[in-house]
Write a protein that binds this ligand. Sequence first.
Ligand SMILES: *[C@@H]1O[C@H](CO)[C@@H](O)[C@H](O)[C@H]1NC(C)=O
Ligand SMILES: *[C@@H]1O[C@H](CO)[C@@H](O)[C@H](O)[C@H]1NC(C)=O
Ligand SMILES: [Cu+2]
Length: 358
Amino acid sequence: MLRLRFSHLILVIACFLSIVLAIPAPKNVSEYQTVSRHQGNRRCLKVDRRKEWRDLSIKQRKQYLDAVLCLHSKLPLDPTRDATTRFEEFQLTHILLTDRIHFVGQFLPWHRHLTILYNKALRQECGYKGPSPYWDWTRDAESNQPLLQSPIFHPVTGFGGDGVPGTYALPPDPNGEAELGPFTPAELINIWRGCVRNGPFANSVFHLGPGKMKTPHCLVRGINEPLLQEWLSTARVQEALATQSYEEFRLLIDIDFYGIHGGGHGILGGEMTNGFSAPGDPLFYLHHANLDRVWWLWQEADPANRRYDISGPIVKFGTSLDPQVNLDFQLDFPSLGSNVTIRETMDASLEPNCFTYE
Ligand SMILES: *[C@@H]1O[C@H](CO)[C@@H](O)[C@H](O)[C@H]1NC(C)=O
Ligand SMILES: *[C@@H]1O[C@H](CO)[C@@H](O)[C@H](O)[C@H]1NC(C)=O
Ligand SMILES: [Cu+2]
């Protein structure tokens, strides 16, 4: 009996070895790259199991923040543009494309792929190895703690907290490039409250923004806690998940000035309230990952009908009478990566996506 089992084991090992040895390992394929993209093989070699910020270990949180600082210490890959760091290169692409990636059908697919490219840079250029994080603000809305006590704002293992009043003033804007939104001067003072003086980015200088301006400045926030209950509650997410078509879903989260998309921007204030330069706050990517997660939850609740459901006008604030996006619509990412079609962004379990949410 024992000998039989032993010989079985040898046989199994021998079979396994012969299979492994017979198939040459793909050469120099980095963890998150595809094997044979050009031959249409979109199977993932590795899946990014994205996690909520507070579900990362403390070590992973520090490693992630270090990787963001690293990206902000690197030179841009494309020296012909106005970004002064690799981190800003992502922000600049968003600034340049703002008018064609918001209030349009391609809003969610475009931002999905931006987070893919950003996460890939953190891994490949800055050595981050943990799961990509998202920020589920409903956890803060459900908790009885003041928002600033959320692990997301922790001064050492988070992104730092609120802006300190009196430490930042909006620059003069003679050419109307700041794109500050529909706010009164008094509201603007509160929104652009001040520099974040704690956390990993307390000493970082950002060179793009506000809006299309180029001004060296600190990370600016003005936390607006009441938006948490109003726009970022579990009920709001349930409302989005209860929609039946992509069009309904998209309109609910993108067209309302706040909604769960605008709410996440508004709650942080400062740079995040700017439709152009928002990705100057590193939390932009965690908010958008969560928005993407809500879309993913909606898709996966009925994959046969929803995974490839897409619609919406190509032009900002267009209607159903304007030209509509379709699965072959091309999304571009100047200086960051090559075009992808909307079709390629739709199934999270295939290249170039390769992620799931936990
Ligand atoms: C592997 O790929 C990287 C990035 O494309 C390149 O810099 C490196 O030289 C390659 N290594 C080998 C052994 O081919
Ligand atoms: C990439 O996408 C943009 C935006 O849709 C489009 O204008 C451009 O022609 C595309 N480029 C290629 C090479 O397909
Ligand atoms: Cu955006």
